[in-house]
Write a protein that binds this ligand. Structure first.
Ligand code: SF4
Ligand code: SF4
Length: 253
């Protein structure tokens, strides 16, 4: 029987997607770029329909795996950029609320491990947010929740904290971080498109070109459909990633 994956779309992500972007205003040019890009992908048979979800075939082709030793500011990284050190992570009101609910545990966890934050935390009780509250703060030009390991790799403190508290990672970590480099787009009538930041579409999201990231420009890395399978199953229910693989193999477009 054909499974309807859209009905199992993770409710917090569905609400996140329906929340107006707290970041910079979408430009008309970006919207037009997106429409042209999507029409082209559909005309070329590059958009699969998987249980009610529109899936860009790029998930079966683009290569990705987090290789944090290559992008950290602590290593010689040339022009490469890090999602945790160089990007602003906007948070929705719901994400802000979840962080505030865990503020005490978050503060204790970060201050015990990040001496760089102690002076800031003394001045600003909500040091983990920017003064306008719309994004995670970036003291010292890297995310407040990032952890710089002795070997130069960057990790996220929120994985450990969520495990320690026994909560789902999304109770703490912004959805944007959990999805990277996947991109979700709300479509008319409650539909959803899943794609990945690539050289053909990055302008539609106001993102950096994927060649800026070591995890998106190395053909030796696994395909997004494999490295992000857990995230895709978390988004749309168990079996979704496999259903995408099968739709791609069947040449369905
Ligand atoms: S996802 Fe990419 S940019 Fe982000 S830490 Fe990993 S390798 Fe670096
Ligand atoms: S919350 Fe974690 S994953 Fe997101 S930017 Fe900060 S350190 Fe990176």
């Amino acid at each position: 029987m054909r499974r309807d994956y859209l009905t199992s779309f993770e409710p917090r992500v569905r609400r996140w997607l329906a929340t107006p972007d707290p970041g910079p205003e979408d430009s008309e040019a970006a919207d037009q770029f997106f429409e042209r890009w999507l029409l082209g992908r559909m005309a070329d048979g590059q958009v699969l329909e998987v249980g009610g979800v529109m899936v860009d075939r790029a998930l079966l082709e683009v290569r990705f795996r987090c290789v944090p030793g290559r992008c950290s500011p602590a290593v010689e990284r040339g022009k490469l950029r890090s999602c945790c050190a160089d990007l602003t992570v906007y948070v929705t009101p719901a994400e802000r609320g979840r962080l505030r609910r865990h503020a005490r545990a978050l503060t204790e966890h970060l201050l015990a491990r990040e001496p760089r934050l102690r002076a800031l935390a003394r001045r600003e009780p909500e040091f983990f947010l920017d003064p306008d509250g719309e994004s995670l703060s970036r003291p010292g030009q890297r995310c407040v929740c990032s952890r710089l390991l002795p070997d130069g790799k960057i990790r996220c403190h929120l994985h450990d904290l969520a495990a320690r508290l026994g909560v789902d990672r999304t109770d703490l970590q912004p959805v944007t971080c959990r999805l990277f480099p996947l991109v979700l787009v709300a479509m008319p009538k409650g539909g959803v498109l899943v794609t990945v930041n690539d050289g053909g579409n990055y302008r539609a999201w106001g993102a950096r070109h994927p060649r800026s990231f070591p995890c998106l420009n190395d053909t030796r890395l696994p395909r997004v459909i494999d490295s992000m399978a857990d995230t895709l199953d978390w988004l749309f229910g168990p079996g979704f990633a496999e259903a995408v693989r099968q739709a791609g193999a069947a040449g369905q477009g």
